[in-house]
Write a protein that binds this ligand. Structure first.
Ligand SMILES: NC(=O)c1ccc[n+]([C@@H]2O[C@H](COP(=O)([O-])OP(=O)(O)OC[C@H]3O[C@@H](n4cnc5c(N)ncnc54)[C@H](O)[C@@H]3O)[C@@H](O)[C@H]2O)c1
Length: 332
C-alpha cells in the first residue's frame, strides 16, 4: 500500500461520535478514553474490572459500563441501543506470566473475547470503524529482526499465540464480511496509571518509592521497544479515524513503537538514575517463556497514518515516575 497523504491530526474526527471502548479500565483504555472524551466523543467504557479500580482513577467524562467481552448478547445490546459508530477493542488478559500459568483463561479472554466483539459488530449497522488490539508479541521470535507488518505471526507462548489468534480473526472479519476493522501491534506500553505491577516500569518505580530494590524476574537482558501510552493512544485514534475513511486500511495491521531498543536492566537503571535511588536491582534469572529480543519498525504507521512517537524513554519515564509519586497511595 502506498502513502495516501493523510494529515497527522487525528483530533478532528471525534466530536459527536459514540465509541464503545473495551478494556477501558486498563492502562491504554484509560488513556484512549480520556483523549476521546476531551475531543468531544461519547465514550462507553466497557470493562469487567471497574470495581477494582479506585474511583479517582476513572477517566472523567466517560460512561462506565460493567461487562465481559465474552458476553455476546450484552455487547450486541450496547452497540445497538446506543448506535455506536466506533468500536475500540483493547480488553485482554495482558500479562505474560499469568498466561503461562492459566492459558485457557488467556485464550478465553483474548480469542473468544475478540470474536465475540467482532460478531456483535457484524450485526450492528451503525458501526463504521473498529480497531482491535493485537501486539508485537504476535510476531513471536524473529531473532531481533525488526518486525514488519508483512512478517508471519509466529507467537509461540500462550499470550503471544492468543494475540496472534485475535489478530488473524480480525483480519478474517475484514476479508470475509468487509468489517471496517484495523489492527494495532504495539511495542511494550508503559506510563503513569499502569497497575500491572509485574511489568518492569510500574514494578520498579513502586519498589523505589517503597525504598526496596527492584526485582527483575529474567536475566535482565530481554530487549523490548518501550512505547509511552500517550503515543499508543494517538496511534489507536489515528487508526480508528482512517479505518472509517479508507477501505484499503481495513484488515490491515500497523506497528506502533518508539523505535528505541532497551534491555530490562537499562530501563531499570534509567529509572533508578531519574529517581536518584542508590539501589541495586535483584536479578532472579528465572526461566521465563518470553521472546528474548524484540525490535519493531513503525515505518508503515509513519507513512500511512502520519503517526510517529513523541515521547523519548526519558520523557516518558519522567511522566510515569511523577504519576506514581502522586498516586501510589491510591493504588498500591
Ligand atoms: N501493555 C503492553 O505492553 C501492550 C503491548 C502491546 C499490545 N497490548 C495490548 O493492548 C491492549 C491494552 O493493554 P493494556 O496494557 O491497557 O492492558 P491492561 O491489562 O492494563 O488492561 C486490559 C483491560 O482489559 C480488561 N479485561 C480483560 N479481560 C476482560 C474481559 N473478558 N471483559 C472485559 N474486560 C476485560 C481488564 O480488566 C483491564 O482493565 C491489550 O489488548 C493488550 O494485549 C498491550
Amino acid at each position: 500500500m502506498e502513502d495516501m497523504g493523510v494529515t497527522p491530526d487525528a483530533a478532528a474526527d471525534w466530536s459527536g461520535r459514540t465509541v464503545f471502548l473495551t478494556g477501558a479500565a486498563g492502562l491504554l483504555g484509560r488513556a484512549v478514553g480520556a483523549q476521546l472524551a476531551s475531543e468531544g466523543a461519547s465514550v462507553l467504557g466497557f470493562d469487567n474490572a471497574w470495581g477494582h479500580l479506585h474511583p479517582r482513577l476513572r477517566p472523567d467524562g466517560i460512561e462506565i459500563v460493567d461487562g465481559d467481552v465474552r458476553d455476546g448478547p450484552l455487547v450486541a445490546t450496547v452497540l445497538h441501543d446506543t448506535a455506536v459508530d466506533t468500536v475500540i477493542h483493547l480488553a485482554a488478559q495482558t500479562l505474560v506470566g499469568p498466561a503461562v500459568g492459566d492459558p485457557v483463561n488467556t485464550f478465553s479472554n483474548n480469542v473468544e473475547g475478540t470474536w465475540t466483539v467482532l460478531e456483535a459488530c457484524r450485526g450492528a449497522t451503525s458501526v463504521t470503524s473498529i480497531v482491535a488490539a493485537s501486539s508485537d508479541k504476535a510476531y513471536g521470535d524473529w531473532s531481533g529482526r525488526p518486525y514488519r507488518e508483512d512478517m508471519a505471526l509466529r507467537g509461540r507462548h500462550p499470550y503471544d499465540a492468543s494475540k496472534a489468534a485475535g489478530d488473524l480473526i480480525s483480519q478474517s472479519y475484514a476479508a470475509t464480511y468487509q468489517l471496517p476493522v484495523a489492527i494495532t501491534r504495539c511495542g511494550n506500553l508503559y506510563g503513569g496509571g499502569d497497575l500491572n505491577w509485574s511489568r518492569v516500569v510500574p514494578g520498579t518505580i513502586r519498589s523505589v518509592l517503597e525504598g526496596s530494590p527492584p526485582v527483575i524476574r529474567s536475566n535482565g537482558m530481554f530487549v523490548r521497544d518501550y512505547l509511552h501510552v500517550s503515543d499508543a493512544s494517538l496511534g489507536v485514534l489515528a487508526l480508528a479515524r482512517e479505518a472509517r475513511r479508507r477501505p484499503e486500511i481495513r484488515g490491515e495491521a500497523f506497528n506502533f513503537a518508539a523505535g528505541v531498543r532497551a534491555t530490562v536492566l537499562q530501563v531499570v537503571g534509567t529509572i533508578l538514575t531519574l529517581m536518584h535511588a542508590p539501589l541495586d536491582p535483584i536479578v532472579l534469572n528465572e526461566e521465563l517463556h518470553e521472546i528474548p529480543d524484540q525490535r519493531v519498525s513503525y515505518a508503515r504507521a509513519r507513512r500511512m497514518l502520519g503517526w510517529h512517537p513523541r515521547q523519548t524513554l526519558d520523557t516518558g519515564l519522567r511522566e510515569a515516575i511523577g504519576w506514581y509519586q502522586d498516586n501510589l497511595r491510591l493504588v498500591a
